[in-house]
Design a binder for this molecule. Structure first.
Ligand code: ADP
Ligand code: MG
Length: 696
């Protein structure tokens, strides 16, 4: 049995290691920089770098890298060794403060939207000292932000850090209004639940679609799928258990609080959830988790699929973003308190979220928009593309009473006055928790469930932090100038509830009636990524992001470009892969089958002219009809693809991929899946769904 407490964080240059290895003054100065978010003094950086290097070398490390999160969706690294000529034909191992604090990777090969044209190609990475350095694969990794030389963000970490700061500033204003003088900082916490599939690696390698696009573009539904519901929380198979154990250990070494693991609803689907932590660290850790999942699966001759919809007809994979706000004194701001004062504060923060989610439904939807996730949102498994909040009947009842100035459900004789009365107690974690809601209050945190499994959690948390910061800013503006704070607070909360109660929906979001009801309420239903993304650069959103200094207008436009372009490229690659698989393997396979059927009939008749060949004839007729369909639909698909590629404007092009190309892909897919069912096994060139889903 391994000593887990000793193992935990053993590959992290964490607080404990710093305390032990840094001179007292340096340690204190570093801590101060971290807390105050200032840049690091050169003399301190040198000492820290040196200690970091010594620690790493003791663990067999020879190289370091700035580890960053460009707009590609995966992390990037550029390895450099510690060696420095010693002036005498030998080398010494060196790592300077300058190398720790700032790196200069070439930015020109990373997506930058329009930014590359306007600004220099060079970029730089800057250490985020709030996220500890760690050793992965014998490389010392320094978590960094990635910017252009002009200071424009080219990554996902920079705006995330900016949004955390924006929320901190506004939340502090509110806490001050409530007379809180001890809190010095408010940050956000995130616990991301991660879903994924594991299949046999040999089968994976035979599926070109999985290799090139991460999902199966063809594949008939197997006779058994998830209908028996026998996989959820089922006993782990030995290979999966071995994988999970190694994954846990490797994550623990990196200081990731991997906590729960279990089988999910679909066959071959699993989930991992860590204990929550500060948002930017949770985001780094989730990136590491996804990377390690892939690598460790490979060692176990498995393939880890992180795509949102690797298999049609069974559940896809999502990521639940559990989010809360916490003070440096350890107070969860979404924890309903016991005193009237605490409750008033809780209600105000709750109202900020309600107003934010209602006013910025579009941005939340955008934060979960991608070609992969379009297969889930709105399908019968994930929340729909409509954003709404679940608060539970109890809390909704209380809010309704406040809004109407009426007593709450006979439990209280008089009208509820915020800041004067305590909230009636309500059960925190009721068992009928609504799992269909895209945004659910779960007692002391919100669970945003729209994210796809491949997503970095940065995107959605940038949005969450920023929209809540905006509402808190508006509240603070109003309350700071109020004569009587309690009266003003009562009016404000009532007004917010009156104006934004349409966003609260406790019913079943999967129900067929919900879209119509949502439309009546005036809620947005942005079905595809291009539909959603075009709102990213709406005037109100540009105002929001620039006001809180999250994105400049140029950065926002560049991100719009990158996301739209990514959507178009993903569908383009999928289309090419589909056509290629069809021409190279599927059509020839069907031809072989037809040829052998014909040969069978011919040889039968050679032996005896009167032998009936009706079965062969009808099989040949059916297969050749299907073959014609395959050919025709692939020609049609290629024609729409050619047309789509001619649209200059990226928004128009992306929309054409969604509304013209995608349906043509679906049409072709249906024909292929039908062909697969009718084709004899030995001719079919690819592993089937049944083989892949039940392979481990
Ligand atoms: P489930 O949603 O599957 O029922 P839980 O509610 O137990 O699971 O928790 C899911 C995730 O929420 C875990 O990663 C947990 O660490 C995280 N979580 C719990 N409290 C908070 C919080 N205050 N802030 C952010 N995440 C939290
Ligand atoms: Mg959950």
């Amino acid at each position: 049995m391994k000593n887990i407490p000793e193992l935990f964080g053993s590959m992290v240059f964490n607080d404990e290691v710093m305390k032990e290895r840094l001179p007292k003054d340096t340690y204190k100065a570093l801590k101060r920089t971290i807390v105050e978010g200032r840049s690091l003094d050169k003399s301190i950086a040198d000492v820290v770098a040196n200690a970091m290097k010594d620690w790493a070398i003791e663990k067999g490390v020879t190289h370091f890298t700035h580890w960053f999160q460009p707009m590609t969706g995966v992390t990037a690294e550029k390895h450099e060794s510690f060696i420095t000529p010693d002036g005498d034909r030998g080398v010494i191992m060196e790592f300077s403060g300058k190398e720790l604090v700032k790196g200069e990777p070439d930015a020109s090969s990373f997506p930058s939207g329009g930014l590359r044209a306007t600004f220099e190609a060079r970029g730089y990475t800057a250490w985020d000292p709030t996220s500890y350095a760690f050793i992965k694969d014998d490389i010392l990794c320094i978590p960094t932000a990635f910017c252009s030389y002009g200071g424009e963000a080219l990554d996902k970490k920079t705006p995330l850090l900016r949004s955390m700061e924006a929320l901190n500033i506004q939340a502090m204003r509110i806490l001050k209004l409530f007379g809180n003088t001890t809190v010095r900082q408010v940050s956000t916490t995130v616990g991301p639940e991660q879903e994924y599939f594991l299949i046999d690696k040999d089968l994976y390698k035979k599926r070109k679609d999985l290799v090139y696009t991460g999902r199966t573009l063809f594949g008939a539904t197997p006779p058994k799928g998830q209908e028996l519901e026998d996989h959820y929380f089922g006993v782990l198979r030995p290979r999966v258990a071995a994988f999970m154990q190694e994954l846990d250990e490797e994550l623990w070494k990196l200081g990731v609080y991997a906590k729960t693991k279990h089988n999910e609803v679909a066959p071959a689907q699993h989930e991992l959830a860590p204990i929550f932590t500060t948002t930017n660290i949770a985001s780094d850790h989730n990136q590491l988790t996804m990377e390690l999942m892939k690598r460790i699966a490979d060692k176990h001759n498995l393939a880890c699929l992180l795509h949102e919809k690797p298999f049609a007809g069974v559940n896809g994979s999502g990521k639940h973003n559990n989010w809360s706000m916490v003070t440096d004194t350890g107070l969860n701001l979404f924890e309903p308190g016991d005193s009237p004062q605490d409750n008033a504060q809780f209600l105000l923060f709750l109202c900020a979220v309600i107003k934010a989610v209602d006013e910025y439904q579009d941005l939340l939807r955008i934060s979960a928009a991608s070609a992969g996730n379009d297969h889930r949102l709105g399908a019968n498994e994930a929340p729909p593309a409509i954003v709404s909040i679940f608060l539970g009947d109890e809390l909704t009842g209380i809010l309704k009473a406040i809004e109407e100035g009426s007593p709450y459900a006979q439990k209280q004789a008089e009208e509820m006055k915020i800041g004067v009365h305590t909230l009636p107690r309500f059960p925190k974690d009721t068992t009928d928790r609504n799992r269909t809601s895209p945004f659910a209050f779960t007692g002391n945190k919100f669970e945003f469930r729209m994210l796809g499994s491949t997503f970095s959690v940065s995107g959605p948390n940038i949005i969450l932090n920023t929209i809540v910061a905006e509402e808190l800013a508006q509240f603070a503006d109003q309350l700071e100038n109020a004569g009587n704070f309690t009266d003003a607070l009562n009016i404000l909360i009532r007004d917010v509830l009156k104006q934004h109660n349409r966003i609260i929906f406790n019913g079943n979001s999967y129900a067929d009636s919900w879209p119509a009801e949502a439309e009546k309420r005036g809620l947005l239903n942005l079905k595809t990524t291009p539909d959603a993304l075009k709102h990213f650069i709406d005037e109100k959103n540009i105002t929001l992001f620039t006001r809180h200094k999250i994105f400049t207008k140029a950065e926002l436009l560049s991100r719009y470009e990158i996301l739209m372009d990514n959507y178009a490229k993903v569908i383009d690659i999928e289309t090419k892969t589909m056509v290629r698989m069809l021409r190279k393997n599927i059509i020839p396979s069907v031809c072989s089958y037809i040829r052998d059927l014909a040969a069978t009939a011919a040889s039968k008749q050679n032996i005896l002219r009167e032998l009936p060949c009706e079965t062969e004839k009808s099989l040949i007729t059916m297969m050749s009809g299907l073959l014609d369909d395959l050919y025709q639909y692939s020609e049609e698909l290629e024609a729409v693809l050619r047309k789509t590629r001619t649209y200059e404007d990226i928004g128009t092009r992306a929309a054409a991929y969604a509304y013209d190309v995608f349906p043509a892909m679906q049409k072709l897919r249906e024909a292929v899946d039908k062909t697969e069912i009718h084709c004899a096994k030995e001719y079919w060139p690819y592993p089937t769904y049944g083989e892949m889903l039940f392979s481990v």
